[in-house]
Design a protein around this ligand. Structure first.
Ligand code: G3P
Length: 215
């Protein structure tokens, strides 16, 4: 399973990249807005840190404008993946970009039916959002199970990026379902790393070792 970080914060990307587990980065307009910096410069900076797919989202709403915006973003670095929203115009743009060899991550996927359309249009990645379902009292991971069943039954090339991840259980469930990628916020990655019994275990080993050294 590939692990992406879901942030536009350079310091967090740099830190997690040192762990040796990071395969890519996803950003979205809300995450970029928090950084209050030039979008293209930010994407270029991320590409210098992480050697893997880096998703950058288009803001246009019409297919022709999305394509023009995407072509410019794709020129920033070979690893840039264009995030395109799941709309009729987004499907048209995805088809065009895929035919030009520009990889697309179709985002804001909330149903298996939308996932099928994204795959048919040639999306390289599809991003179903799980946490936003949980937020409204529905089981977000059911969507991943449904999509994985469909991908298993056909020869779609798209990889599933489990997005809107809220906690480590989303990640382990995604892995058990065979999802290709989870894009994980920094805070959730930290929660995945730590376990109180690990901390207690380390302290006990260090205390015992220190006692022996004194003796
Ligand atoms: O980047 C897309 C997705 O991961 C956003 O998550 O937390 O805004 O629902 P969230």
């Amino acid at each position: 399973m590939k692990i992406f970080i879901d942030t536009a914060n350079i310091d967090k990307i740099r830190e997690v990249n040192t762990w040796g587990i990071l395969d890519g980065v996803t950003t979205n307009p809300s995450l970029v807005a928090r950084e209050n910096t030039d979008f293209k410069t930010l994407v270029s900076e991320i590409c210098k840190i992480v050697d893997g797919p880096i998703s950058a989202e288009v803001m246009s709403t019409q297919a022709a404008d999305m394509v023009a915006e995407a072509r410019k973003l794709a020129k920033i670095h070979k690893n840039v993946v264009i995030k395109v929203p799941m709309t009729e115009e987004g499907l048209k743009a995805t088809k065009t970009l895929a035919s030009e060899g520009i990889p697309v991550n179709m985002t804001l996927i909330f149903s298996a039916a939308q996932a099928i359309l994204a795959c048919k249009a040639g999306a390289r990645y599809i991003s179903p959002f799980v946490g936003r379902f949980d937020d409204i009292g529905e089981e977000g991971m059911n969507l991943i199970a449904e999509i994985m069943d469909i991908l298993d039954a056909y020869e779609f090339d798209a990889e599933v990026i489990v997005a809107s991840v809220r906690h480590p259980i989303h990640v382990t469930q995604a892995a058990r379902m065979g999802a290709h990628i989870a894009t994980i916020p920094y805070e959730v990655l930290k929660k995945m790393l730590h376990h109180p019994l690990t901390d207690i275990g380390i302290k006990r080993f260090q205390d015992d070792w220190a006692k022996m050294s004194k003796e």
